[in-house]
Design a protein around this ligand. Structure first.
Ligand SMILES: Cc1cc2nc3c(=O)[nH]c(=O)nc-3n(C[C@H](O)[C@H](O)[C@H](O)COP(=O)(O)OP(=O)(O)OC[C@H]3O[C@@H](n4cnc5c(N)ncnc54)[C@H](O)[C@@H]3O)c2cc1C
Length: 320
């Protein structure tokens, strides 16, 4: 008897009522709602719970935190909240999803799991520039995460690529470390929120280089320069910097779905207003779906709605 118990406890559970791919704000919110409703729920996360906010220095527009809080802390709080109601978080990458009439199979490097309903909340990844030298210097001067890497650039001259809200917000944080920051923007105007643009006006470390495109990264063992070209005159020059942070957009993490769900031309998952996808029992929430605003507040709202719809779906399914 004792032996049997030990053996059982070592065996990995692979069958759940609901599965969630991605432990960002959308996935963790869905996990809170589902597990609190006593739905047996597993969340798969390939990196660290918290999602994109885990690599964001400061969040100041999420309701309930008037003084703001670090993205890392918000992610950790969401994780603890989902665990409190019994959700299981598996630190595994999902590599594929398959459907049959009864179940949804979720393929991972550590075997196949099954669930009666699935929420895809796999978010987005930073878009790369795809210019010469970029691949060589990732981790050797090029970064996509100021909160992770800013301290390496204490007293250095650096470039930030992209003058959208993410680029400007992260530049403000980087200016606590770097000696100077040139923000290179492809368009003739920055696209960030005005409140952020007002803040860089008062920051004498930050300079905007508008209507320029990055055409290459240069260096020996590590980055020593960023080559840019004026889109007005065609003039090329090299900015002598040891760091470059790239914020030029986000693309959806949908490769593992391998065409299973209908997506828009940019590969974001199409949903109806109730967050149903093109396949029965599969819902999508947060940044990974077609939507007009990608923020923590919208991801959290999606997570709650998707979980509610899963609960209703399972009730109907169980009624037979
Ligand atoms: C630089 C920057 C600053 C930002 N600042 C703010 C801000 O101040 N305020 C704000 O509201 N929003 C901000 N955002 C946006 C915010 O981070 C996102 O809107 C939010 O994180 C989206 O949550 P999500 O759960 O949909 O996706 P994500 O946070 O992207 O989480 C998705 C998760 O899924 C995991 N995953 C992906 N594929 C797989 C797989 N195959 N298997 C297992 N796991 C997988 C990922 O590792 C990730 O943890 C910022 C974003 C960036 C990039």
């Amino acid at each position: 008897m004792q032996f049997t118990l030990m053996k059982e406890s070592k065996e990995k559970r692979t069958n759940y009522e609901a599965a969630i791919i991605g432990a960002g704000p959308a996935g963790l919110t869905a996990a809170i709602y589902l597990s609190r409703a006593r739905i047996d729920t597993v969340v798969f996360e390939k990196l660290i719970p918290g999602g994109l906010i885990a690599s964001t220095d400061w969040i100041e527009n999420y309701p309930g935190f008037p003084d703001g809080l670090s993205g890392g802390e918000l992610g950790e709080r969401m994780k603890r909240h989902s665990l409190r109601f019994g959700a299981k978080i598996e630190d595994i990458e999902v590599t594929g999803v398959a459907l049959d009439s009864e179940n949804i199979s979720i393929k991972t490097a550590e075997g196949t799991y099954s669930a009666s309903a699935l929420i895809v909340a796999s978010g987005t990844s930073p878009v790369r520039l795809n210019v010469s030298g970029e691949e060589n210097f990732i981790g050797k001067g090029i970064s996509f995460c100021a909160a992770c890497d800013a301290p390496f650039f204490e007293g250095e001259d650096i470039v930030v690529v992209g003058a959208g809200s993410s680029g400007i917000q992260e530049s403000l944080y980087l200016s606590k470390f770097a000696r100077s920051i040139k923000i290179v923007e492809f368009l003739s105007h920055p696209t960030a929120e005005q409140i952020l643009l007002d803040r860089i006006k008062d920051n004498d470390k930050i300079e905007l280089l508008l209507f320029h495109k990055v055409i290459g990264f240069i260096g020996e063992d590590s980055l020593s320069g960023v080559e840019v070209e004026s889109r007005e005159t065609g003039e090329k020059k090299v900015l002598d910097v040891s760091g470059a942070f790239i914020y030029v957009g986000l693309s959806p993490n949908t490769g593992f779905l391998d065409g299973l769900l209908d997506v828009d031309p940019k590969e974001f998952i199409k949903t109806d207003p109730e967050l149903r996808t093109s396949r029965e029992g599969v819902f999508a929430a947060g940044d990974v779906r077609t939507t007009s605003l990608r923020q923590v507040a919208t991801a959290v709202g999606d997570g709650a709605l998707a979980a509610h719809k899963v609960i209703k779906y399972l009730e109907k399914k169980n009624e037979g």
